[in-house]
Every structure is written in structure tokens, then in C-alpha cells.
Design a protein around this ligand. Sequence first.
Ligand code: GDP
Length: 470
Amino acid sequence: MLTFPVAVALPLPPALSDTIIALSTPPGAGAIAMLRLSGPAAVSLTDAVFAGKRLRDQPSHSLHVGTIRDGDRILDEVVISLFRGPHSYTREDVVEISCHGSDYIVQQILTLLTRHGARLAEAGEFTKRAFLHGAFDLAQAEAVADLIAADSALSHQVALKQMRGGFSQELRELRGRLVKFAALLELELDFGEEDVEFADRTGLVSLLQEVQALVRRLLRSFELGNVIKNGVTTVIAGKPNAGKSTLLNGLLNEERAIVSAIAGTTRDLIEDEVSIEGIRFRFVDTAGLRDTTDEVESMGVERTKKRVLQAALLLYLFDITRTTPDEVQAEIEALNPGRLIPVLAVGNKRDVASEEEIAAFQHLPETVLIAAARGEGLGELQATLLQRVRGAGLDATGAATIVTNLRHARSLEKTNEALDSVLLGLANGMGTELLAADLRQALAALGEITGEISSDDLLTSIFTQFCIGK
Ligand code: GDP
């Protein structure tokens, strides 16, 4: 009888018997700081240092004012929030101590409670406990970190949806369909000797193809998901005096780069980010591109070429009044041979260009004409940039699930490959045992995403990326 990995229960690590403590607000002076304890002794430990009420007699979800004392010495007046497991973030007893936001007070309280037996929490340990107690799955836990890091409307929206289980639900459905398929194969194996084919092969193929189409849609969404989470690195390149610094300033709406009429002033790479409709663009202004004997400058040119290869998009800026379409094409080709990186050509200084000069460039594909110094055409440029990013045909604002996590994308890739093998096997009349083995791999890869199948190493690598206190 075949067994398919449906859920592998992890033994609870001994660490769960500890009571952990951490500062959950940022360090430094502030109005309020919040320390959080979680674990079996959270309430009794706090009782030992809190004067006001006996917390162990108080109901869950209640607030209590009192003082934290080290013997006779009052450390601070605090507010305690009490949550009893399983009705808490970690599903354990949780005590939150809101004290005055002073590093000194925080350190004193941390020291006092660790002296009483609490252990300093590791990064992400509260969320890891929530996961280990089944409060949510791994993809949801990872979304908690994404939500904290979200800095645009879109990244926030995607992380929130994932944290609330939207993505996990979709994966569960996929998994459910594959398990159904697995069950049919299993039946066939059980009756193997009688050489019966229960599973209707054509039905199976179309079921698998449907599942694979969904997996592939999720995989494709990663391109956009990655952009939403990490931003789009856009290199602005072009000859000296084309107006790169001016354009960057216009896009950033602030004076970051030095604008000057002397060729070759932008010697260094200047990087900044701007959010356009919720998508972050990281603009890199580069040293002017021209053959030069100036050592510092030629280093800049080499770095520009390197940066172009690492970028998601090359914005090639040229001065309409000083070049021809053929020259522009040649310059782009030199910087980005074979156009490995997507290119957007932008003609600048249309305010001083003649009608003929404008006409020469106007109808070129993938070209936008602007006057950076006057802010003209910047709206159209931004719209074109957005269009480029969303070019995959995905509507970022729509209801579709977007994969933003590289780990998830890798697992989906593995699922996709395993499904390819199953389909190939079906087409070639491969034996049921082998089909089942490939199918098991597909299920295992899907299970990695939500943590139904996980290892200690994986969990450690995920949760150590969190901040302490979360
Ligand atoms: P970079 O070397 O490519 O960074 O070019 P800069 O941004 O330093 O600009 C070079 C010169 O072109 C400066 O004198 C700018 O004022 C001027 N310039 C930039 N954009 C425009 C524009 O849209 N129209 C006109 N007429 N001049 C511009």
C-alpha cells in the first residue's frame, strides 16, 4: 500500500517548554515600549515581579495597571495585557508588558524576568511557536514577515492576503486534487495482480493538466511578485549631458543627483527608490557613457555596463537634438548586447528640439519623448514603466494570487517538473508504481510551501529572518 505524504507532524522541540521574552517594539527612546512573554510560565513569572493584582486569577484578554518591582525597587508603572492560550498569537499563555519607552527600563525588566527564569527569544520565535502550535501554516508565517517589511500599497496587499490564508487555500485545493488522483492510482496498485485499470487515463491526464495550469499560473505570477516585493532595478544610462541627473531628480522629485552643464559630472552611481502606483522602482543613475581617458570616469563606464546586466530594465536616455535613431540603437546595443535586458529608450530635451528632430524619433517603438527639466512627459514615462512591469498580462490589483517568495517559487517549479514526469509517464504507458513515485514528489514539493513537509533547518532559516520579538 502506498502512502502519500499528507502531513508530517514534527515532534515539538523541547524549547517549547521554555517561557520566552523579547522586546517587541523597536529599541530606543519612545512613548511606550512593549515586552512580550510567551510560554507556560508567562503568567507566573510576571506575577513574581508585578505589584497590582494576581494575574493568575485574572481572565484572558484583560488589562491591568501596576508596577514592576525588583524587590522593593520600583522599575516602572506598566500596563499588562493578558492572553491565555490557546487564545493568543502563539497559542500559549502570553503576557505583554507596556512600559515607558526607555532602553534603561526595558533592559532592567528584561534582566529581572530572565533572572526569574524567562529565556530571551530568538528572532521570529513567537511566530515559529504559533506555527508549531498550528495557528497557521508556513506560508502564512512568512507573510507575517513580509507584512512587517511591506512598504507599498501592493506589497502590503499581497502580504496581507497571504497571511490571511488566501495562497494557502489555493494550494490546499491543488493538493486535494492531486490526492484524489493519487487515491485512484493506489486502488489500481492494490488490485495490481488482476491487472485492472481503474483510473480512466484520459480523465487523469486532463485532471493533471488542469492542476499544472494552475501551478504554472502561480509560477508566472512570481515575476510580478518579485517586483512587488523587491522593486524594479532600473538603470538610467546615456551620454553625458543627456539629462540623466535631471530626469532622476524629476522622478524622485528631489535634488539627489548633481545637475551640471559640464559633461561627466555624474561619476558615481546614485541610487534611489520611487513608488509608482504601489510598485517600487529603484533608479540607478550612472556615469556618462563616453570613451574617456579620465581614469575615474572610465571606471564609471565599466560599472555602468555591469549594472545594466544586473538590472531589470535599462532606461536609455538620449538628447534628441544631438543624435539619430541609428546612433541610439547602436549605443543601446553596445551597452546591452542582444538586448538581454528589456530596454526603454527615452528622448530628452524635446522642448528645444526642432520638429524634424522630434519627427525622427516620434514613431520609434519603445521610445518616449520628454523634457526632463520641465517635467514634461514624465507622466507618460511613468505609465510606460508600469506597463512594462505588468507586461506579463497580470493585473496586480486583481484578485489573483501572486507568489512573492523565492522559496515558494522554487517549490512550485519542482511541482511543475514532477507533474511533467507524471504526464510523460502517462503518455508512455509507464507503470503505476513509477507514476505514483513522481506524483509523490509533486505532492511533497507542494507541501513544502505550507510546511506540511518541513525540516528543522528549513524552519530555522525562515524564522531567523524575522525580527526579534515577532
Ligand atoms: P547628465 O550628464 O546626463 O546627468 O545630464 P544633466 O542632468 O546633468 O543635464 C545636462 C544639462 O542638460 C543640464 O544643463 C540640464 O539643465 C540640461 N537639461 C536636462 N534636461 C533638459 C531638458 O528637458 N531640456 C533642456 N533644454 N535642457 C535640459
